[in-house]
Design a protein around this ligand. Structure first.
Ligand SMILES: [Zn+2]
Ligand SMILES: [Zn+2]
Length: 490
């Protein structure tokens, strides 16, 4: 049995793993790569895996870095099943359509550049278009949390709640080969325990192998109280100064969590009231899907819905529907909060709002999510004095603040707590983290839990049946395990 790391190796995006077994080949996730230039090789959609090699696909959750290349796979002729939870299916329907739209827009822009530059090389093409999305959606098979599903003869899988976004799961996979059963857990993205809306990650008891994320493998989040205090402070200041707060936010997950917290602050009059706009059709549609899938919500949130107190709506909140409403925000005076996608400011309406407000010293840009290296969000977070945006050089005079406590990802303590109860893994493959975070987490998990951790390279294949080879690879990790991992706060 072989496992190939076809993405998210020493980087956060592009999750994609291929498990080759005597019972068929299973791909777990088929995400889009959105990371730094020096890892561009991971953006090759084909990479080390050919669509024809895949018999069945298991999907952990709807985020584009896990699901974004599914329409491409369907376009190239993949017709096998895509198993995932029903909430993830519903979210994918809107997210993949949105992603196709972005692909088409980007390709049209590249085509204009290509024409201007005298048609050098082949004309740019979108990775996929809107018409490939229904093709992929037709392959989805919905499963429920906790249900054991035979995904192929001899291969069973079970989706367990990770409390990351609606419908998100880790997947336990059991493969029966030559009379022996091997269990592999794919963590997907692990949520931060104690967050509102969703349940805490479920804990699992055993596995032969674990493939786990390490986004915040060397960071500790600020506490819930600190996070809300800081949010309240930012709101008070904007109200005093009649200023704008611009929040680049992931349409799915982060936006809903932010609305839940704002709802609490405003309904309990713990913060001054200001007009709040969600200016993202995708975020608006996703918020409706959250309200529809109550089976995924925690007890507190369900109770609010039962009392007909919508936890994702409050006085002063507007979801813009028309482009004209979005444009009208350009001239609306403060105080005003605009929540818009995309979360790393790489696309979407947020770029217009940033262009308008970055030059204003009184305004605040508030980062509430992970900003990958090379994205506009990261440049701002790292203190760039000016940025290129919509074809212009824009001066950054607004204050840029980050609230890490909103992260949908567990921090280092949450990741260790998730891994701790899993007994007996022969190897833990640490993926989905920037190189330092992955290596630091591998060192910490080894020292604190005695876990045999490995940080795979992109395209690397590990033979899970070859015990001696695995021993050798683990032994080579020795220096990494000695790494003096520094955990950063905040
Ligand atoms: Zn995710
Ligand atoms: Zn992810």
């Amino acid at each position: 049995m072989k496992l190939t790391f076809a993405g998210a190796a020493k980087t956060v995006t592009g999750s994609r793993y291929l498990l080759e077994t005597g019972r068929g080949n299973v791909m777990v996730d088929c995400g889009m790569y959105q990371g730094p230039e020096h890892l561009r090789q991971q953006s090759s959609p084909e990479g080390p895996v050919k669509p024809a090699d895949v018999d069945c696909l298991l999907l952990t959750h709807a985020h584009i870095d896990h699901s974004g290349n599914l329409p491409w796979l369907a376009r190239l002729g993949y017709r096998g099943p895509i198993f995932t939870t029903s909430a993830t299916r519903d979210l994918c329907e809107i997210m993949l359509a949105d992603s196709a739209h972005i692909q088409e827009e980007d390709a049209a822009q590249d085509l204009r550049k290509w024409q201007k530059r005298g048609h050098v090389g082949p004309p740019p093409q979108p990775l996929y278009t809107a018409k490939d999305v229904p093709l992929a959606m037709g392959l989805f098979r919905s499963v429920e949390y906790g249900q054991v599903v035979e995904v192929r003869p001899g291969i069973r899988a079970r989706w367990r709640d990770t409390g990351h976004i609606l419908g998100a799961a880790c997947i336990e996979v059991w493969v029966e080969e030559d009379g022996q059963e091997t269990k592999i857990i794919f963590s997907g993205d692990i949520g931060h325990p104690g967050r509102p809306l969703l349940r805490d990650p479920e804990l699992l008891d055993s596995a032969d192998f674990v493939v786990m994320e390490s986004t915040y493998g060397n960071r500790r989040h600020e506490s819930q109280e600190v996070k809300l205090d800081r949010l309240r402070g930012i709101i008070e200041k904007a109200v005093r100064n009649q200023a704008h707060i611009i929040i680049p936010s992931f349409a799915v997950g982060r936006t809903q969590e932010l609305l839940y917290e704002l709802n609490g602050l405003i309904e309990q009059q713990r913060a001054a009231r200001l007009p709040v706009y969600v200016d993202s059709p995708l975020a608006t549609a996703a918020t409706e899907i959250y309200a529809k899938h109550r089976e995924c919500l925690d007890d507190e949130t369900k109770a609010l819905y039962d009392k007909r107190d919508d936890p994702l709506n409050f006085p002063g909140l507007t979801f813009t529907r028309q482009v004209s409403e979005s444009m009208a925000l350009n001239t609306q005076p403060g105080p005003l909060m605009i929540i818009s996608a995309s979360g790393m400011a790489t696309a979407g309406r947020i770029r217009h709002h940033l262009r308008n407000h970055l030059p204003h010293g009184a305004d605040t840009v508030l980062m509430v999510g992970f900003q990958a290296v090379g994205t506009l969000g990261r440049l701002l977070q790292d203190g760039a004095a000016s940025v290129k945006l919509l074809g212009e050089q824009v001066k950054v005079r607004a204050r840029v603040e980050s609230l890490h406590g909103f992260s949908a990802h567990a921090d280092v303590d949450g990741l260790l707590a998730w891994l701790r109860p899993i007994q007996g893994p022969r190897a833990v493959f640490v993926v989905h983290g920037e190189e330092a975070a992955a290596l630091d987490f591998a060192a910490l998990a080894h020292r604190q839990l005695g876990a045999p951790t490995l940080v795979p390279e992109y395209g690397e294949t590990v033979d899970l049946s070859d015990a001696a080879g695995l021993e050798q690879q683990l032994a080579a990790m020795g220096p990494t395990w000695q790494r003096p991992a520094v955990v950063r706060e905040g």
